[in-house]
Design a protein around this ligand. Structure first.
Ligand code: ANZ
Length: 851
């Protein structure tokens, strides 16, 4: 076979041609310069991956080789990659990294006698497909079918060991029917609700966004700046599980970075709520003169109560306008309008503080002093109570604010003497001052006491606060699972009855969303009208966030064809939780949502476990050859089918991807690197099939040592997902085999070890030697560090070479004893009578004289 390479001239396997000193420019005819563009035709190889791969892929498909058995005596192993979104662009090599890692692990456990489940599905709902439909008029259903077909072809050509009998698609009504059913269950448990408030709105995508989907004030999908819009939306009450979501993290074998991201996202704070009464003398006109007007704040530092010299409300706080007086109202309202245009991120940036005085005062319950009530955008409505007690002496933001507006600053915590820096604001712990009866006590010590005192006064209580918000799941877009809800004449919510599920997404003409805040479904009268129990109702036209469908697909793989239930708990409890999960993204979205739903399912008695994923590997990215991110818009993506088709084959692609860097790392694609791996596989091929192969009957004991060392290394590396070092060990092993005589055993071990990386070539080699793919074992005796080779003769003829630990080789008895343990020597001496053993210690030789 000719190997063609585009791009640079590259000379992969010169020893193949037995031309050892060929330099570029000397190959076949025209002068080829190293680095020439589009130079081709490099060498002849008998290793033809495309042929081998087609043969094995066909066989695997025909034999359904990777069908996972529900229930088995073998230990189960469930591996999966975050399922792909089938875009029109197809997979690029970067995407294949996830599935290559998963496949290496799947095959490793298959070879180790496990019942492996390695499934795939398609996360079809989402914006790009809908936008494509809007642009081209091709329906999302049709576009999706085409994209899935392409993805499937790509997966198959990679030779991954997927159980195709379990393929699922989130846009299949038979799938989202159960997503809708789960929605109903959440609603019945009070975990799905509708509420009106300010939401992030993407003016380009014309839909709301969850907090998790706003990145740096911009839409995570299209990057445009988001705005706030008051809307009625559906939410899932993930906050109810905040504590459980936090606690579960400790047990998970997940990257620390992902766990920390979730902890920070959940953002637990222990503190207190304190109520401040509004000073009657300063109440604006028209406000009732009773005690119930209070401002509730959340603080993590109740010990600094004596130092609270003013209150600050978020601009969205419902009391803001009530507390404003005639002479402050227009300034306050103007300020709030401006502030609401900013994103939370901008508001928290370290810029000069802004704010406005309401004109009202509250009473500090500790000092009975009148303190002014301000409005400022550094206080966020979405956290705590949306109001704070400002302690400028001990909080940096409050300090900047007090400086700017010349508000009083009162020190109540003494900085320890050992701290020499003289910051005006001290945020740490220390001895209390100016704090009445608490003077002289340690700040951390008195927190509880102050909370108790507030509680007695009915002015406060202990409070745990979480930063995480409820999960917003309404989308005003067409291409998603319809929310299974309708409204009666009074606007009351009714769930669509189970017999009317799925609520099928109708095919419509015009998918465009508009500024009405409703999806394109609103324009379809046939869809919007529904009869429930004889009453005509109006359907909800929002669809569900795509993350809803992906929050339970790992359970559906265990029972993908069930048309009576979302899953059979017996099957799910057998396969799940997932043992090994790989993916690159979604630390605080998908990876959190899937945990939340699993906890709910466990509470509903639908599963036996509360955590869906035992081990998670966050894979790094493959960057383009130029070091930039691979992306269609930059035009620097590489299609795996192209790489395979150029003659490298899937085995080289897979092995190269795993060899580039540790799986968690990022690395740039390199055609030269790929060529190096191809050369390695070519060498493996030549060892097994080369014309001048030398397979010896009697092995070289030094090779045996290398073999056992390699088995141990590759096994241990695969147990810790160190794929790159495992490939390196195999490369060294092959180098040894080239140098030394080797046996069938060596080649069989090589092929077995190679199979997780290059399954087609490995299968081809194993077929030749009529061996199965059982994972090889190593024998520790070969691995003792200092070994000497002892030549064993029987009646003067060389019969074996045995590696013996150096310390045993020091005396005659030791050597004889050691070589007698060897299997080959035992075979030679079987049924024979040893007359004597002549041991030449110096020469490391034993001659058995037998009868
Ligand atoms: C008084 C105080 C004194 C505070 C002090 C801190 C230090 P974490 O730890 O992140 O939970 N805060 C409360 N609600 C807020 C909101 N909606 N927007 C902005 N800031 C808010 O932070 C809790 C602290 O952040 C609270 O404790 C409050 O300021 C502020 F020496 O209260 B503190």
């Amino acid at each position: 076979m000719w190997v063609f390479l585009t791009g640079k001239i590259y000379i992969p396997e010169l020893d193949q041609l037995r031309v050892s000193r060929l330099r570029s420019g000397q190959i076949c005819g025209p002068t080829l310069q190293k680095g020439n563009e589009y130079a081709m035709i490099l060498f002849m190889s008998r290793y033809e991956p495309l042929k081998i791969e087609a043969k094995w892929q066909e066989r695997w498909e025909k034999d359904r080789s990777f069908a996972a058995e529900d229930f088995s005596k073998k230990p189960k192993m469930y591996v999966a990659g975050q399922f792909p979104y089938p875009s029109g662009a197809g997979l690029h090599v970067g995407h294949t990294k996830v599935y290559t890692i998963v496949d290496a692990v799947a095959r490793f456990y298959q070879q180790n006698g496990c019942n492996v489940l390695n499934p795939i599905g398609w996360d079809n709902f989402g914006m790009p497909t809908e936008n494509y439909a809007i642009k081209t008029g091709i329906s999302p259903q049709e576009a999706t079918a085409k994209n899935v077909a392409r993805f499937k072809e790509q997966f198959k050509r990679l030779g991954v060991s997927i159980d195709w009998g379990r393929e699922i698609s989130t846009s299949d009504p038979e799938y989202y029917r159960w997503t809708q059913w789960i929605f109903k269950k959440l609603y019945e448990r009070g975990l799905a609700y509708r509420a009106e408030n300010y939401q992030w709105w993407c003016p380009v995508d014309k839909t709301v966004l969850a907090n998790e989907q706003v990145e740096g004030g911009c839409c995570w999908r299209c990057g445009s700046e988001v705005e706030k819009k008051k809307m009625r939306q559906w939410f899932f009450k993930i906050t109810e599980y905040a504590e459980e979501l936090l606690a579960g993290l400790d047990e998970l074998d997940w990257p620390e970075g992902v766990k920390t991201a979730q902890r920070n996202w959940i953002g637990k704070s222990m503190g207190a709520e304190v109520e401040f009464l509004i000073d009657p003398a300063t109440r604006p006109n028209g406000l009732a003169q009773d005690d119930s007007i209070r401002v509730r704040v959340f603080t993590t530092r109740p010990d600094t109560l004596f130092g609270a010299t003013f209150l600050v409300l978020a601009p969205e706080h419902p009391a803001v306008m009530k507390l404003s007086k005639d002479n402050t109202r227009s300034a306050v309202s103007q300020y709030c309008k401006e502030a609401m245009k900013k994103t939370d991120i901008e508001r928290q940036e370290n810029k000069e503080k802004t704010g406005v005085f309401t004109g009202s005062y509250a009473t500090n319950p500790a000092t009975n002093e009148k303190i002014p009530i301000w409005v400022a955008d550094y206080v966020l409505m979405g956290y705590g109570t949306g109001a704070i007690m400002a302690v400028p002496a001990h909080d940096e933001r409050d300090y900047e604010f007090a400086k700017k507006f010349e508000l009083p600053i009162k020190k109540v915590v003494e900085k320890p003497k050992s701290l020499t820096d003289d910051d005006a604001c001290y945020a740490g712990e220390g001895e209390l001052v100016n704090s009445g009866a608490y003077d002289g006590r340690q700040s951390a010590e008195v927190r509880e006491e102050i909370i108790d005192w507030l509680e007695k006064q009915k002015l406060g209580r202990k409070k745990v606060t979480y930063r995480m918000r409820d999960w917003l799941i309404s989308w005003q877009r067409y291409w998603g699972a319809p929310i299974p809800v309708a409204y009666d004449k009074n606007g009351e919510v009714h769930l669509i009855p189970d017999e009317q599920l799925p609520v099928v997404l109708p095919t419509i003409e015009d998918y465009r969303p508009d500024d009405s805040g409703r999806s394109a479904l609103a324009k379809d009268a046939d869809f919007t009208k529904v009869m429930i129990n004889g009453e005509e109702m109006e359907r909800e036209t929002d669809t569900m966030d795509g993350f809803a469908c992906s929050s339970w697909y790992l359970l559906r793989y265990a029972d993908p064809h069930n048309d009576q239930a979302a899953w059979d708990p017996i099957k799910v409890n057998y396969w799940n939780p997932v043992d090994f999960y790989v993916g690159g993204e979604h630390s605080t979205t998908h990876m959190l949502y899937v945990r939340f739903w699993t906890m709910v399912f466990a509470d509903m008695g639908l599963t036996d476990f509360t955590e869906p994923i035992k081990k998670f590997l966050k894979n790094g990215q493959i960057l383009a050859e130029d070091g930039r991110k691979m992306s269609k818009s930059l035009g620097n993506t590489i299609d795996p089918l192209e790489v395979i088709g150029q003659g490298y084959g899937a085995d080289a692609l897979r092995t190269y991807i795993l060899f580039m860097v540790p799986p968690e790392g990022d690395a740039a694609w390199s055609t030269t690197g790929l060529g190096g791996v191809f050369r390695f596989l070519n060498r493996c091929y030549n060892l097994a099939f080369g014309e001048d192969e030398k397979v010896y009957i009697l092995s070289d004991p030094k090779t045996e040592v290398v073999r056992h060392k390699t088995i141990k290394k590759v096994t241990e590396d695969l147990h810790r997902n160190s794929f790159n070092t495992a490939v390196a060990a195999l490369m060294e092993f092959v180098n040894e085999l080239y140098k030394k005589p080797h046996t069938k055993d060596d080649l069989v071990a090589l092929a077995r070890l190679l199979k997780p990386f290059a399954p087609h070539l490995a299968s081809e080699i194993l077929e030749k030697f009529a061996a199965d793919d059982t994972w090889p074992e190593w024998d520790e005796k070969y691995l003792v560090s200092d070994m000497v080779e002892v030549v064993v003769q029987v009646n003067g003829k060389l019969r074996a070479r045995v590696m013996v630990p150096a310390e045993a080789a020091g005396d005659e008895a030791g050597i004889e004893e050691a070589v007698r343990q060897d299997e080959k020597v035992k075979e030679q001496l079987e049924n024979k009578q040893v007359v004597k053993a002549v041991v030449v210690t110096k020469n490391h030789l034993v001659n058995f004289v037998v009868k």
